[in-house]
Unconditional design. Structure first.
Length: 433
């Protein structure tokens, strides 16, 4: 996989050399701006009326939280506002004007679970918030531009493109709300289509002691059913990377609830943090590589603490710095620091301190012996930068403009069970005086 996560200022992808600047003391949108970031990097570069092309940021939304993008319009403008989640992420957007009044909101008008709204804005400052529909952690892209700019989402009327699936540390889900169709692997499922049940008894009474697990190929069982006798929050997994499973959860009437393709590696997982009500449910199973290979399907109680730790292990969210999770403190970052580490598919975390504004460069080098990724966060938990493959190599490189404060970086190897000796290089540059 070759991907550089960058903020895009205008239609061209630009390496993320700077974290967006918080609104600081500026207070508008009814106070919502206090936790916002200028989508163009600063207020002057965030004017949608004069922007040469769309403006875009990638944002990590933690559980039951929201991300706020700030922008302005110096003239009356026809704008398009979009948010697209990675994997099974289902974003919602809400636009507020300078006074705090809601101007527009949307959930699924972008198609494939994405949000999209088009409206005419009067001159002023605006706040666009993005949050997850079900409150679950989510990584997504927010794009703001005029209607003549390139769209991020397909829109409700466009056919869905099903991407070819490749091994990656980031989800590449087949769009869930564009189902394959009844009677085919992974298609829409209701109670009448269930091939077999995970158990004859309601699962809520069984998974309290041990996960309920079964193994079969998609050709043998494409639709697994289960029942609940009481409200239950649960996690569903499908495992066999050689098969590359996809799971979609429906209720007994065929209503879509959730979907996942690549949760970690090529295995899949659905976390239903909000308890499912008593009734019958269907797991639609598909395999993107080989439908004859066995896939192990498991249902277990949802564990919020374990889910959070899993995000730390995959580098999807930054851990706290209170000692409850292992983070190696490197101290103040001077000009250059080298660190060797035996990396695995579980992220190794480092923290470092910056005492003045400047530029940092972090490089993970294995000389072809591994495939590392780097993810950089600030001390508030915002993702500042991410990289997998730097140029034509499998090594990783993150560059970011930083302000004084503490930063955390995660390094991990792609692929289940992989490991490699990795050399980390930290370099810091300060503005010329």
């Amino acid at each position: 996989m070759k991907r550089t996560i960058a903020w895009r200022l205008g239609g061209t992808a630009v390496l993320a050399l700077g974290a967006a600047v918080p609104a600081l003391a500026q207070d508008f949108c009814g106070g919502l701006s206090a936790n916002g970031q200028w989508i163009g990097g600063n207020e002057g570069a965030s004017d949608v009326a004069t922007a040469g092309d769309y403006m875009e940021q990638m944002a990590l939304v933690l559980q039951n939280n929201e991300y706020v993008a700030l922008f302005s319009a110096s003239a009356v403008s026809d704008v398009r506002l979009e948010a697209q989640g990675r994997g099974a992420g289902d974003p919602q957007i809400e636009l507020r004007d300078e006074s705090g009044a809601v101007v527009a909101s949307d959930d699924d008008s972008g198609g494939n679970g994405a949000a999209r709204a088009e409206t005419t804005l009067q001159p002023g400052r605006y706040c666009l918030s993005m949050k997850s529909y079900d409150g679950a952690p989510m990584t997504g892209f927010v794009r703001i531009g005029r209607t003549e700019h390139e769209a991020l989402t397909a829109g409700m009327d466009a056919p869905a493109d099903v991407p070819a699936d490749q091994p990656t540390d980031q989800p590449t889900d087949v769009p869930a709300d564009q189902p394959i169709g009844p009677g085919t692997p992974g298609g829409v499922c209701d109670a009448s289509m269930i091939t077999a049940y995970l158990s004859d008894a309601p699962l809520d009474g069984q998974i309290a002691t041990a996960p309920v697990t079964t193994t079969a190929s998609v050709d043998q069982t494409a639709y697994w059913g289960f029942t609940l006798g009481a409200p239950t929050a649960l996690s569903i997994t499908a495992e066999n990377e050689d098969a590359d499973p996809v799971i979609t959860l429906y209720d007994e009437y065929g209503s879509y609830l959730s979907e996942n393709d690549d949760w970690d590696g090529l295995n899949s997982r659905i976390d239903m943090a909000t308890p499912l009500q008593p009734g019958t449910y269907c797991i639609a199973l598909n395999a993107l590589t080989d439908t004859t290979l066995p896939i192990t399907v498991s249902v277990a109680p949802y564990d919020a603490a374990a889910a959070q730790v899993g995000m730390y292990e995959r580098g999807e969210a930054s851990p706290p710095l209170d000692g409850s999770y292992p983070v190696t403190a490197l101290g103040p970052l001077a000009t250059r620091l080298r660190q060797d580490v035996q990396t695995t598919d579980v992220a190794t975390w480092y923290s470092f301190d910056v005492d003045q504004p400047g530029l940092i460069l972090i490089e993970a080098v294995t000389n072809g012996m591994g495939d590392p990724t780097l993810t950089l966060f600030d001390d508030f938990g915002r993702q500042v930068g991410y990289n997998d493959d730097n140029g034509d190599t499998l090594d990783a490189l993150v560059t970011a403009r930083v302000s004084p404060g503490t930063y955390l970086v995660a390094v991990r190897q792609l692929g289940e069970g992989t490991q490699a000796l990795t050399r980390l290089l930290f370099e810091r540059y300060v503005p010329a005086q």
